[in-house]
Design a protein around this ligand. Sequence first.
Ligand code: TRP
Length: 448
Amino acid sequence: MQNNQSREGFGSRIGAILALAGSAVGLGNIWKFPYEAGTNGGAAFLFIYIGFIILIGLPVMLAEFTIGRRTQSNPFGAFKKLAPRTGWKNFGFLSIIAAILILSFYSTVAGWTLEYVIEAFKNSFHSKTTVELTEHYNSFISNPIKPVIYQIIFMCLTGVIILAGVKKGIEKYTKLMMPLLFFLIIAMCIRSVTLDGAKEGLNFLFAPDFSKITGKTILSALGQAFFSLSVGMGVVLTYASYIGKKENLVTISLQVILADTLIAILAGVAIFPAVFAFDISPDSGPGLVFLTLPNVFQHMPGGYFWGITFFILLSVAALTSSISLLEVIVAYLTEEKGMKRKKATLLTTIGITATGVLCTLSYGPLKDFTLGGNTTFEMFDFISSKILLPLGGILISIFVGWKMLKKYVYNELSNDGKYKLPMFDTFMFIIRFIAPLCILAIFINELT
Ligand code: TRP
C-alpha cells in the first residue's frame, strides 16, 4: 500500500452519504434541470426524467457501487483488477475525458454563481425589472474578463479542497450545506407558488402533454438523469471505493437519489411559477435561473439576505460536485501514474481551467467559434451529458451484468448476505437487458 499513498476512507456512514449527495446535488439540480425542463416542454420532461432515474439511474448507480467498493480503486485500477488484460480498463479514459468536459463548462456556470453572490451583496438586483435583469445577465456573461476571473477563483477553490484530501475535504463541506440549501429552497418555493399567476407555472411543470415528446426530449431527460446523479463515468465508482465494507450500499443509493430528485423538483417549483409570473420565457436556456430567481428574492421579505444566502449555498453545492469530478482525475494520476497528490491536483486544476475558459468565452469573444452550430460550451455539454455518460452507463451495466460473477455482485450489494435483497433478480434483469438496450435504443432513435 505504500506507493498507493494508503487510501483514506470516509469517516462514517453519514460522511459517505453526504459526500455522494454532495456530488449529486449541484448546478445540475438547480441550474440545469429547470432550463432543460423549460426547453423540453416541462412536465413531460419531468416525468420521463423521473422514469429514467428509477429504471436506469438507480441500477447503474448500484452497479458503480459494486465495482468501486469491491476493488477499492479508481476507474482504471478497478477494471484492471476485475478484468485483467482486457480492454475494459479503457473505461478509465472515458471517465477522464468526461470529467474534463463536464468540469470545463461546470466551472463556467459556477463562476457565474460566484458573480451573483457578489451582486447580491451589492444589492444590484433591487427593484430591477425582468428586462433589466436580462440585460445585466447578458452583459456579464459576454464580458471577456470578469466571468473568466470568477471561473479561475472557482477552480482554485476546487483544487484547494481536493488537496486537503478526501475525508477532510469532501465530507466536511457537505454536512452543513445540504440541510441549509434544502430549507432555503423550501422557503423560495413557498414564495413562488403564492405569486400571482403561479398556477400556470405549476401546470407547466406538473401537467404533462406527452404529444410534445420528441427523440430529443427523451435523450435530454436521459442525459439529465445521468448528469444529476453523477453516474455513468466513474465518480460514484471512485467514491464507493472509499466507503467502508460494513455500509449498506442499497440504502445509501436510495437516500442519495431521493435527496437529488427532491431538490431538482423543488428547484422547479421555486422557478416555474416565477417564470410565468415575471414574464420570462421558459425556454430561455442556461440563463433561466439567473433571470428568474433575483425576481423572486425581490418579492420576499428580507429578500436581500435570501439572495445572498442562496447564491452562496449554490456555489458551495457546485463545489461539492466539482471536487468529485476533479477527484477522479487526481485519483488516476496518483494511483496509476504514481504522481504526488499536490502535483496531480495542480496540473489538473490548471489544465481544466484552460479548457474551461474556452467554455466561458463561448458567451463572449468566442461565440462565433462553433462546430455544427454549437459553441464550445454547448459541445462539451452535449458530448459529456448526452453521449459519454449514457455510453458509460451501457458499459457499466454490461460489465456488472455479464462480466462479473453474479455471486460477487450479490455479495457486494448484500454485504456477504447480511442484508436481504428482495429485488436482486429484477436488478440483474435491468442491468443485463433493460438498461443497455434502452440507452442504445435512445441513441439510435436520436442519431437516425
Ligand atoms: N451531479 C452534479 C450536479 O448535478 C454534477 C456532477 C458531479 C456530475 N459529478 C458528476 C455529473 C459526474 C456527471 C458525472 O450538479
